[in-house]
Design a protein around this ligand. Structure first.
Ligand code: FES
Length: 579
């Protein structure tokens, strides 16, 4: 019988630490300046811990501590843990938008893993872009890989009630502009909203991604929902450290887990949890790294008729703490069992079906039974039409049912600055039937495709009690946001998509039922306008550095907004020595 402690294949790290020559001396000797004794270079698995901890990414503030628990598990299982930093992306802090840097972090993670003598990696991320970027980078190397997320903050509290990250910012901001809330109360809510370490505690992008990571089998159960400050997240980190050593010994690689079936499971789960629209660009980008042909149509097809089971903000009432105490993702997946590929392999060493187990639910209000969903509309609807030839999205669970079939006149903003300057102008020609159109906010245009698609409504309409309007842009929106917001229009306006030539007063026709979005002008008129746009095409504002590389090579929203030359994999082999 084979020794379970013996790796199935020669370890990658042996090429550096296993040599008894000048190269081996150099690799080991400098590592020993950290107090590592001889015997830790005895051929044991070396585990990289890729940490996006940063004080300017407050959502990842507990990751330095969690790394210590991962290390405990690695040591205990007979591995050697080595932590390394990676660029951190704080969604609420970075300009012009953290999304501009997702691909930069992905490149850094990929090259850090490839260049260093490690056999397996644990990715420590949390805030919106960090985890997708880390998975993208790790996918292009394909070592054994696991994820530990920072976990959600405790529920927000203000004036005796629960408030949700992001979701209540948008609500309170509109209330101030409508004259229904004082600025003093608005500021007072800040401390109550973010009262522990961790990520947004609504079903925003961070919690969406950590739960989809769980659905894809890349982490241990409950990684998606355990509060950041719950001691059981430390225990989960410890167990992850032990498990990654086993995965290295068994040579279970990322691509063995992250299959098309795993991605399809993530799409179904995203619909049932009311997950973020941002999941679309992240899953498409991850699939692109793995050579899996995932398309927008897969999102519409797989999430069609999946009931919205999780009653969390922004689509519902509760928050992540409530979700965890109700049973978390295993409870949701237990109810979705028939729609999932339950035979998919997970990093736990059992199938997804076994991992779900009974999937017991402890609160049917938070996680609804199949016959009593929160909303019949769920998932991501993918729209087509002459205004979005390569697609656009709407999240129906966050939209108003009465706007799901709508025809209205366009009120056009040529840029985010134009929008900010004119939206509250009392003379703006707009009413509740108008369609707000924002240009210049796509991947190339902004650059970075920021979360501005959920444009705040005109003040004069808010004062009249209007709370939702149809809005269209090539931007994204925060996973914590809500409204009848059509996003990710592709091609974007700055790439010459039809959105670029919409004019004030044009009629726009949206049919949710038919999944169509059209500009009601003739084909000839549209072609003539697009021709004219090409002749007057504006010059990009960034002419150097990473932003230029990004603008020159970024793919459109329907392809995941990765850089074109980063799709695919380089693998883990680097033959040349450094000396
Ligand atoms: Fe970091 Fe929401 S802003 S997770």
């Amino acid at each position: 019988m084979s020794d379970p402690k013996q790796p199935r294949r020669p370890l990658r790290s042996a090429n550096s630490y296993g040599k008894r020559d000048k190269d081996g001396f150099i690799h080991r000797s400098w590592m020993k300046n950290q107090g590592l004794p001889d015997h830790v270079f005895d051929g044991r698995p070396v585990i990289g811990i890729c940490n996006t901890w940063s004080e300017i990414t407050p959502c990842n503030g507990n990751l330095r501590e969690l790394a210590e628990y991962v290390k405990r598990g690695v040591w205990e299982a007979g591995g050697l843990p080595l932590e390394f930093p990676a660029m951190s992306l704080g969604e609420t802090q970075m300009r012009p938008t953290a999304m501009l840097f997702r691909n930069l972090l992905a490149m850094e993670v990929e090259e850090s893993i490839r260049a260093n003598p490690i056999d397996g990696v644990v990715l420590l991320g949390g805030c919106d872009k960090t985890t997708p970027a880390q998975i993208m980078g790790a996918a292009s190397v394909n070592l054994p890989t696991m994820v530990v997320s920072s976990g959600p903050m405790l529920n927000g509290k203000f004036q005796g009630r629960n408030i949700g990250s992001g979701t209540d910012v948008w609500k309170y901001s509109e209330a101030v502009r409508a004259g229904e809330m004082s600025i003093e109360n608005f500021i007072a809510a800040e401390g109550g909203m973010s009262r522990s370490r961790g990520v947004c505690m609504t079903m925003g992008t961070a919690s969406t991604v950590s739960n989809l990571t769980e659905a894809m089998g890349l982490c241990l159960p409950y990684n998606g929902s355990l509060p950041a400050v719950d001691a059981r997240r430390q225990a989960l980190s410890h167990l992850t450290g032990g498990r990654i050593v086993e995965l290295v010994r068994q040579d279970v690689r990322l691509a063995d887990i992250l299959t098309r079936e795993a991605l399809e499971n993530a799409i179904v789960v995203n619909a049932a949890i009311g997950g973020s629209t941002n999941a679309v660009v992240h899953l498409l980008a991850i699939a692109g790294r793995l050579g899996i042909d995932l398309t927008l149509d897969d999102f519409d097809r797989l999430s069609r008729n999946v009931p919205l089971l999780v009653d969390l903000m922004p689509s519902g009432r509760f928050l992540m703490e409530d979700f965890h105490y109700a049973g978390g993702l295993p409870a949701v997946m237990g109810r979705l069992r028939e729609r999932l590929h339950t035979g998919a392999v997970t990093v736990s060493g059992v199938t997804l079906g076994d991992q779900i187990g009974e999937g017991e639910c402890y609160n049917d209000e938070v996680i609804r039974p199949l016959d009593r969903p929160v909303n019949d509309h769920s998932g991501i609807w993918v729209l087509k039409g002459n205004l979005c030839p390569r697609g656009a999205l709407i999240k129906p669970s966050a939209a108003s049912p009465e706007l799901m079939e709508h025809t209205g006149r366009a009120v056009v903003f040529e840029s985010i600055e134009d929008y900010k300057e004119r939206i509250d102008d009392p003379t703006l020609d707009v009413d509740e039937h108008s369609v707000l159109v924002l240009k210049g906010c796509g991947p190339k245009g902004y650059p970075g495709m920021p979360e501005v698609g959920n444009m705040a409504l005109p003040k004069k309409l808010l004062e009249r009690g209007v709370r939702d309007m149809l809005r269209i842009s090539d931007a994204r929106m925060s996973g914590t946001a809500f409204g009848s917001v059509i996003l990710h229009v592709a091609p974007e306006s700055s790439a010459g998509g039809p959105l670029a030539v919409v004019r004030d007063g044009d009629e726009i026709v949206f049919s949710g039922r038919q999944r169509t979005l059209s500009l009601n002008i003739s084909d000839a008129e549209l072609a003539q306008r697009l021709d004219q746009w090409q002749q007057e095409r504006p010059k990009p504002t960034y002419t150097r550095g990473y932003a230029k590389l990004y603008i020159d090579t970024v793919l459109q929203a329907d392809e995941g907004v990765d850089l074109d030359f980063l799709r695919g994999a380089s693998g883990d082999q680097v033959d040349r020595e450094s000396h």
